[in-house]
Design a protein around this ligand. Structure first.
Ligand code: CP
Ligand code: NVA
Length: 321
């Protein structure tokens, strides 16, 4: 399947915007993952690509929160395929100096797409509704679709499949969990979440993930006790306990999540072949131990690498020509 799809031409996605992990169909995930495999192979062989499918394409990169991976992989990825990323940080006064609608009505006159990282998910939806060019969500308080795409690629590389894999997310029912639940459900995975009381996911996103899982042979499980949920998991996933924008809740969160650290004991309980995943940045000793994150069963830096390949693949299939 991957080989066949990889030979399909560029710019094949029907989906225009990527606001949520629920926006892509299973076939579209397959198209992007197959393209990512090809691009990764080519890049690893020579650190360059022969074709320039994004030549002449300029994409705005609006980042209202801190970033290492997202900024570098979008900027480098566009560059490697002949396109250009235009970094727009605090200088544009997003939604303050100028309304979101007016910014959309300017950028659409000059550019080919907008990648945005911001706080409220509704801001990204508004931008997409106002702009005549595609808008891509690079993390909101609700979702992180490109992270989920990279994680799917990483899991498929390691296990050779996605269908039927079991992943347990240990910790906060946050943006990264939401996107993993939606993307994993689409690909027929079982996505479990072990979270402390009071830090569960958005019920409407869980309901959507459940309906997607039902249609695709996947499963969504949400409960509290990690030791009951992790046995039989192919992957354990950790993310920070305090996401960007929640700094004022740090004290309460660190206390609430104390029993939710992915450590060697939990990994052993999960299974002999279970891998540990983390979207990074990590706080060693909080949500994951250094022993696990830096150990042989960690895929964290493969996930980080795959942000580059999967985003390039997405951009080629979305904007390429
Ligand atoms: N995982 C991730 O999105 O990393 P950054 O916040 O550094 O972009
Ligand atoms: N949940 C984290 C993910 C960072 C990539 C945050 O939103 O800060």
């Amino acid at each position: 399947m991957e080989q066949v799809l990889a030979s399909v031409g560029v710019g094949t996605l029907q989906t225009r915007d990527l606001l949520s992990s629920a926006d892509l169909t299973r076939d579209e995930y397959e198209i992007v993952l197959a393209r990512a495999v090809d691009l990764k192979r080519e890049f690893r062989a020579d650190r360059r690509h022969v074709a320039r499918p994004l030549a002449g394409r300029t994409v705005a990169l609006i980042l209202e929160k801190q970033s290492l991976r997202t900024r570098v992989t979008f900027e480098a990825g566009l560059d490697q395929l002949g396109g250009h990323a235009l970094y727009l940080g605090e200088g544009i006064g997003f939604g303050v100096r100028e309304s979101v609608a007016d910014i959309a009505r300017n950028l659409e006159r000059w550019l080919d797409g907008i990648v945005i990282r911001t706080f409220g998910h509704s801001v990204v939806s508004e931008l997409a509704a106002e702009a005549s060019i595609p808008v891509f969500n690079a993390l909101t308080d609700d979702e992180h679709p490109f992270q989920a795409l990279a994680d799917l690629l990483t899991l498929r590389e390691h296990f050779g499949r996605l269908d039927g894999l079991v992943m347990t997310f240990v910790g906060d029912g946050n943006n990264v969990y939401h996107s993993l639940a939606l993307a994993g459900a689409t690909m027929g995975m079982e996505i479990r979440l072990a979270h402390p009381e009071g830090y569960g996911p958005n019920p409407s996103i869980v309901a959507l993930a459940e309906s997607i899982a039902l249609a695709n042979g996947g499963k969504i499980v949400v409960a509290q006790d990690p030791s009951r949920l992790v046995p039989g998991s192919d992957a354990l996933y950790a993310d920070v306990w305090v996401s960007m924008g929640q700094e004022d809740q740090s004290h309460a969160r660190l206390a609430a999540f104390a029993g939710y650290c992915v450590d060697t004991q939990l990994l052993e309980l999960a299974g002999a072949g279970t891998v540990a995943m983390h979207c990074l940045p990590a706080h060693r000793g909080q949500e994951i131990t250094a022993e696990v994150l830096d150990g042989p069963r960690s895929l964290a830096f493969e996930q980080a690498e795959n942000r580059l390949h999967v985003q390039k693949a997405f951009l080629v299939e979305s904007l390429g020509r």
